[in-house]
Design a protein around this ligand. Structure first.
Ligand SMILES: [Zn+2]
Ligand SMILES: [Zn+2]
Length: 320
């Protein structure tokens, strides 16, 4: 399973737009991995987590189109994770059809944010989206690729593919579990995701419980009892994570309850291994960085190395 980091910053970006603090100044002068868009990842080329406000910029910066995306997962309703306009640009006039249909998965409050665009609701037909209001703890099967339905928006004279059938990618299947996050208010139903790929070229040699899996745990504070319980249920069924990506917004600052510092991140990685929920040698990652808590990338790498943790950075693509 290929994971590409499209953005790795907390809400205000890193360097932050209105900020001239020492860290932001260093990030601007060093560039490279110090320049972080708001957090978002692409799994293979067809599953996107968090259509945030930097998605257009990230697509341009990394030379990636998202035309094969057929599943969009939204962790929670905060501005840095969901921007209603990013999905609106799928409409004809902005993208040339055909596009494959994409399933959008988020809790009710997250999906409601998609209708925030100047008070105009997002039209699922013109954007070719299928909404799925998820409940915390729910498991969803996501199928991508394979045989696709024609895009009814495609007009023969204005289309790359006269049949209106989107180009076909390899058939993949994911199991997605909506884990309750310790983040935002109780009515806001913030989530993070456990994702396992059970079909597709990336999962070919890995059958059954050997299927590649990641835990994408941002934004969240220390895992709740409910989250641990759910992770244990999955563990009992054979889920083991190859890569665990954890919220590190508070960096070298004090511990938090709705985000975590680096010590809390390390504790969670250790605890997941101790509870036998990760694969032996699992990749331990920190993610979602703020200039308020986190030193520049090079110092961050050095700080995390003794803990066996690697920080995410924009453009990083790895085989999870
Ligand atoms: Zn965030
Ligand atoms: Zn948030």
């Amino acid at each position: 399973m290929q994971v590409t980091f499209l953005g790795t910053a907390a809400a205000e970006g890193y360097p932050a737009i209105w900020c001239r603090c020492e860290r932001c100044a260093i990030a601007r002068s060093r560039g490279g991995p110090n320049l972080r868009f708001r957090a978002s990842i692409l799994v293979n080329d067809d599953l996107l987590v968090d259509p945030g406000p930097d998605l257009v910029a990230a697509s341009i910066r990394h030379g990636l189109d998202l035309a094969d995306v057929q599943a969009v997962l939204i962790t929670h309703l905060h501005d840095d994770h969901v921007d209603p306009t990013t999905l609106y640009w799928r409409a004809p006039g902005f993208a040339v059809p055909p596009l494959p249909e994409a399933l959008v998965v988020g809790t009710g409050p997250s999906l409601r944010r998609l209708h925030d665009r100047n008070g105009v609701p997002l039209n699922p037909d013109s954007t070719r989206l299928r909404m799925h209001a998820a409940t915390l703890g729910e498991r969803i099967e996501v199928a991508t690729g394979g045989i696709q339905s024609a895009d009814p928006r495609a007009k023969p004279e204005r289309t790359r593919i006269p049949s209106g059938v989107p180009t076909t990618g390899p058939a993949r299947r994911y199991e997605v579990v909506v884990v309750p996050a310790s983040h935002a208010g109780p009515t806001e139903e913030a989530a993070f995701f456990a994702i396992r790929q059970v079909l597709g070229p990336e999962a070919e040699a890995r059958h059954g419980n050997d299927a590649p899996a990641i835990l994408y745990a941002t934004d969240t504070g220390p895992f709740s009892d409910a989250a641990w319980e759910l992770l244990h249920t999955l563990g009992d069924e054979g889920w083991r994570y190859d890569t665990v990506i954890i919220d590190a917004t508070l960096g070298t600052g004090g511990p938090g309850t709705s985000h975590m510092n680096l010590d809390q991140v390390a504790w969670h990685h250790d605890e997941l291994a101790r509870r036998d929920l990760t694969r032996h040698g699992a990749r331990r990652m920190a993610h979602h960085f703020s200039h308020n808590g986190t030193p520049p990338h090079e110092e961050l790498v050095a700080h995390l190395a003794p803990l066996g943790i690697v920080p995410s950075y924009d453009g990083l693509s790895l085989d999870a």
